[in-house]
Design a protein around this ligand. Structure first.
Ligand SMILES: [Zn+2]
Length: 439
C-alpha cells in the first residue's frame, strides 16, 4: 500500500493513540506491518495498538451515551440518540479518491450539532427521522462540537424513540462577521460586501427547472461565492448587507447561501478599493479556518510527495493511473503528464499543494518533453520525481489557489506559483553593514 492508502489507517491510529506515540513512528510501524509483513490493515492496526498498550483503553469497549449539550469535543466513542434536522449527501475527494459522505445537523432535547458520516456505505438518513449514532467521535471547530462517524461507527434507525428538538436551538442567531472570517463550521451569518459578479444558471432540482442566482461578494478581508434561489436583482458593484445568510461548504470551501430567511438591503459602500486578487494567509490560519478561494501562501517546500513527477493518466477519465491500468477503464494507452504533490510549510502549519503540468514546468524548469526523455534514458518514470525534488526541495515558494479542506487537512489546488528567490547578496551586505556599524 502506498502512503495515500495508508493515510486513513494512520489517522485512525493517531486518533486512538492520542499523541502517545510519534507520528513518524506510527507510520513506520504501519508500513512495517502492512508492506513488510503483509498483514491486513485491520489486523495491523490491532497489532500496533496492542504493541503500545492501547488496545485495552481503546473505545472499542467503552462507549458512553451522551446528550449533545454534554459533548466536550474530545469523545473517542460516544452513542447519541438524535433527530436528523438537516441531511445532505456529498461527493468529496479524499487524497485523490472520490467518496460519498453524509453531513448535516442533528439535534436532541439539549441542543444541535453538525455531524459527518465519513463512510456512507449503506447508510440512509432522512430529515426528521430518529437515529442512534453509535461509536461516534467528536472534534471542535470554532468552539463548536462536531460529531463524526468513522469506519468504527454506525447509524441505527430508532423509529419509535421520541426525540424533541426545541425550535429555539435550531434557530441560531446570525452573527455579523467579516467575509474573511467565514469558516465552513459556521451556520448563520450576516455580512456586508460588494457584489463582484453575478451569474444566472438553470438547473434541474427533483425534475423541476429552477434558476440559481450566484456570484462573488467581497469585503476588505476576502471574498466568497454566494447563491440564491430567488432573484434579488443583485448588480455588480453595489454593496449589500445580507442578514441571516447560511454557510454550506463544498469540499471545505465555505459558500454563502441566501435562503428564505435572509434579508438583503442596499447599503453605502465604505470599502474604497478592495484588495485585487488573492488574500495572503498564514497556513496556520488556513488549518484553523478551513478552505477558501483565491488564497496566497508563502512557505518552504518541505516535501515532494509520492505521485509527483511524470505520471500516467487515463485517456478516458483523466485520473492518474499506474502501469497503464485504470480502475474504471481497465487497460488503456496512458497519456503522460507532469504533476507535483507538495507539502509546503510556513512555520505556522503545513498544507498539501497539487501543482499542474504548466506550473510544474515553471517551478522545476523541466518540461514534459525533457521528463519523457529522462524517463526513456533511465528506463523508468521514477527518476523524474527525484530529479525535480532536488531542484525545488527547501526552496521558498509563493502559491495562489483555492484551498480545499477535508478530514485530512487543507490542500491547495495551485493556480499560480513562483519560487521566491532569496536575495542572498543583499542579505549578506546588510548583515556586513550591521557588523561594521557595531565595530
Ligand atoms: Zn479511466
Amino acid at each position: 500500500m502506498n502512503d495515500e492508502e495508508l493515510t486513513p489507517h494512520f489517522e485512525e491510529l493517531k486518533r486512538v493513540l492520542q499523541g502517545k506515540v510519534d507520528d513518524s513512528e506510527i507510520m513506520n510501524e504501519l508500513k512495517r506491518y502492512v508492506n513488510d509483513f503483509h498483514i491486513a490493515p485491520d489486523a495491523a492496526k490491532r497489532g500496533i495498538l496492542r504493541k503500545y498498550g492501547a488496545l485495552e483503553s481503546t473505545p472499542f469497549q467503552t462507549t458512553v451515551v451522551k446528550q449533545i449539550d454534554d459533548l466536550t469535543g474530545n469523545e473517542q466513542s460516544v452513542d447519541l440518540l438524535v433527530r436528523a434536522v438537516y441531511v445532505e449527501e456529498r461527493d468529496i475527494t479524499v487524497r485523490g479518491s472520490p467518496k460519498t459522505i453524509i453531513s448535516g445537523i442533528v439535534g436532541d432535547g439539549s441542543g444541535t450539532a453538525s455531524f459527518t458520516v465519513w463512510e456512507k456505505q449503506n447508510t440512509k438518513m432522512e430529515k426528521g427521522s430518529v437515529y442512534w449514532l453509535r461509536n461516534a467521535y467528536t472534534k471542535t471547530w470554532n468552539d463548536r462540537v462536531q460529531i463524526n462517524i468513522g469506519n468504527r461507527g454506525s447509524i441505527e434507525s430508532a423509529e419509535g424513540e421520541t426525540v424533541d428538538v426545541p425550535d429555539r436551538v435550531i434557530t441560531m442567531e446570525a452573527s455579523e462577521c467579516k467575509i474573511g472570517e467565514i469558516t465552513s463550521g459556521m451556520s448563520n451569518v450576516t455580512v456586508t460586501g460588494r457584489i463582484l459578479s453575478t451569474e444566472e444558471r438553470n438547473v434541474m432540482v427533483k425534475d423541476e427547472p429552477k434558476t440559481v442566482y450566484s456570484g462573488m461578494i467581497a469585503d476588505d478581508t476576502g471574498k466568497i461565492q454566494y447563491s440564491a434561489w430567488e432573484n434579488f436583482e443583485l448588480k455588480e458593484g453595489e454593496t449589500v448587507c445580507i442578514k441571516n445568510g447560511y454557510i454550506r461548504s463544498w469540499r471545505g470551501i465555505p459558500q454563502l447561501n441566501i435562503g428564505e430567511r435572509a434579508e438583503i438591503s442596499r447599503v453605502d459602500d465604505t470599502f474604497g478599493t478592495l484588495p485585487d486578487g488573492a488574500v495572503t494567509k498564514s497556513i496556520g490560519e488556513i488549518v484553523r479556518t478551513g478552505g477558501g478561494i483565491d488564497i496566497n501562501i508563502v512557505g518552504t517546500i518541505v516535501d515532494v510527495r509520492r505521485g509527483s513527477g511524470l505520471i500516467e493518466r487515463c485517456p478516458e477519465c483523466n485520473r492518474s493511473i499506474f502501469n497503464g491500468e485504470c480502475q474504471s477503464h481497465g487497460k488503456v494507452e496512458p497519456v503522460l503528464d507532469l504533476r507535483l504533490k507538495l507539502t509546503v510549510d510556513d512555520g505556522t502549519g503545513a498544507v498539501s499543494a497539487i501543482v499542474n503540468r504548466e506550473l510544474t514546468e515553471v517551478l522545476t524548469g523541466t518540461t514534459l518533453g525533457a521528463a519523457e526523455g529522462l524517463a526513456k534514458a533511465k528506463g523508468s518514470i521514477e527518476p523524474v520525481a527525484s530529479e525535480m525534488a532536488q531542484k525545488i526541495i527547501i526552496k521558498r515558494v509563493s502559491m495562489t489557489g483555492n484551498v480545499l479542506s477535508d478530514d485530512y487537512g487543507p490542500m491547495m489546488i495551485v493556480k499560480e506559483a513562483a519560487i521566491v528567490e532569496e536575495d542572498v547578496t543583499a542579505e549578506a551586505e546588510k548583515l556586513l553593514k550591521t557588523v561594521e556599524e557595531s565595530i
